[in-house]
Design a protein around this ligand. Structure first.
Ligand code: HEC
Length: 160
């Protein structure tokens, strides 16, 4: 009987140690799992350069980037290069556009881009794998995305 409290506290110490180790390993997993993308997101030197911070459209561009990450990056990739997680699964020969490709993107007017985002790929003769966003996003959010695409391609539209 005398040994019982000692046994219990030993058990408690062991339990704490175990929880400590388990927690530590959970923490590291979360930390490594989370760090890669958000860091890429916040330290994007181009987007957060003074050019955008100074302009009145800075907020709109940030919001557009959030929307891009949320709705577009799965296919077009976080940096817009067309290499999102779903890109490989869309079917033979179907590739999300590389939005950093200035050669192609400068051949499109801003209105062309707005229409594709709003009405989906097939509304503009592209593959229907590009979904329509007119019911998901507001018109001004779509216009924000058009601006953001111009950030990604570092190019102007055919009409501007
Ligand atoms: C399910 C995958 C998928 C998602 C999500 C997606 N796209 Fe696409 N997108 C595509 C594919 C595939 C194409 C290319 C279609 C083709 O080449 O025929 C494309 C093409 C485009 C084009 C046409 C480019 C051009 O050459 O004119 C634009 C603009 C575009 N996407 C913007 C967006 C934006 C903005 C979002 C988010 C709001 C988005 N896409 C979300 C798959 C996707």
């Amino acid at each position: 009987m005398q040994n019982k409290p000692a046994f219990i506290s030993l058990f408690a110490i062991a339990l704490c140690a175990f929880i400590g180790v388990a927690n530590a390993s959970i923490d590291t997993t979360t930390a490594t799992g989370m760090s890669a993308n958000p860091r890429e997101y916040t330290e994007d030197s181009f987007l957060y350069s003074s050019r955008w911070e100074a302009g009145s459209g800075a907020f709109a561009i940030r919001k557009a980037k959030k929307n891009y990450m949320l709705h577009c990056a799965t296919c077009h990739g976080a940096t817009g290069e067309g290499n999102g997680e779903l890109a490989e699964l869309l079917g033979d020969g179907v590739k999300p556009r590389n939005h950093t490709d200035a050669k192609i993107m400068s051949q499109r007017t801003d209105e062309d881009l707005r229409k594709v985002i709003s009405g989906g790929g097939d509304s503009m003769g592209f593959d229907a794998a590009m979904p329509p966003f007119s019911t998901i996003l507001q018109e001004k959010e779509i216009l924000g995305l058009v601006k953001y695409l111009r950030v990604l391609c570092k190019c102007k539209g055919k009409d501007s």
